[in-house]
Design a protein around this ligand. Structure first.
Ligand SMILES: [Zn+2]
Ligand SMILES: [Zn+2]
Length: 258
């Protein structure tokens, strides 16, 4: 930490966003004890494409959503935590109450999750998912752009706002998975194809639910932009609203390593 930052820390201690005690770490707004209690996702025991975890299972597998005809267009999607409890509260504060300083913490979480599962050295360019509503901008950045920007500085890769929304989809939260996929088709376009052509693109979003939005981003980046590979990262993974298909996760290991 720089001397100025150290001095500022002494004068104005950073207060933990979760427990209101002084932050005992050199960066961020969450103390180490609260950090340990965050519902971070395990590296092991999840789908090797979308990272969906299955309780009590070890190793990698391919989940129902990622096998077969409706498989997502991204090559891999990684999330750092479950969208529940304190993570849910913090992400909503970040998204809707302009708690922009949380971007530092979230970018750290995303980077740690991505490092554990992806080869970040292979990433060429970082692309934020553009926001659905133009109003949610703070300090000239959208919240996803702010995350992408921090990540870009920390892994020394270029950030490019290569995607643009061409319209807002109908409300996703009331829709099932298949409808979500249909609903988002045609809502993005690639504005700077030269920046993604032939590249490995890392797409950054805040919350991943079914992955429909990220899959559509990946689809257009590949189809219109000519991206070679699309990996996605998000702060948190929201639990699905519907029950598991075909008898639940118990059968998952059997469709294992194809
Ligand atoms: Zn704390
Ligand atoms: Zn999957």
């Amino acid at each position: 930490m720089k001397i100025v930052e150290k001095a500022l820390d002494l004068l104005f201690p950073r207060i933990c966003e979760t427990c209101s005690r002084p932050v005992d770490r050199s960066t961020g707004s969450i103390c180490s004890e609260c950090l340990m209690n965050m519902p971070f996702l395990p590296v092991d025991g999840c789908c090797r494409v979308c990272s969906r975890p299955v309780e009590g299972y070890r190793g990698e597998y391919l989940c129902d959503d990622c096998s077969g005809r409706d498989a997502p267009c991204f090559d891999r999607a990684v999330q750092s935590a479950r969208f529940e409890g304190e993570v849910r509260r913090l992400v909503l504060e970040y998204k809707f109450r302009d708690r922009v300083h949380l971007a530092a913490d979230f970018a750290e979480w995303i980077e740690a999750a991505a490092r554990a599962r992806l080869n970040l050295a292979a990433v060429d360019v970082i692309v934020p998912v553009p926001l659905a509503f133009a109003g949610r901008f703070v300090r000239g950045y959208s919240q996803t752009e702010l995350l992408a920007h921090r990540l870009s500085r920390s892994i020394s890769r270029r950030m490019a706002c290569a995607l643009k929304r061409t319209g807002s989809p109908a409300r996703q939260s009331t829709l099932g998975e298949r409808e979500r996929r249909k609903n988002v088709v045609g809502t993005f376009e690639v504005v700077e194809p030269a920046l993604v052509r032939g590249r490995t693109v890392l797409v950054v979003d805040d919350i991943m639910t079914t992955g429909a939005t990220l899959s559509e981003c990946a689809r257009v980046l590949k189809a219109a932009g000519g991206a070679a590979r699309v990996w996605c990262v998000a702060i948190a993974r929201s639990a699905r609203q519907r029950p598991e298909r075909r008898g639940g996760p118990g059968h998952l290991p059997t469709n294992g390593r194809k």
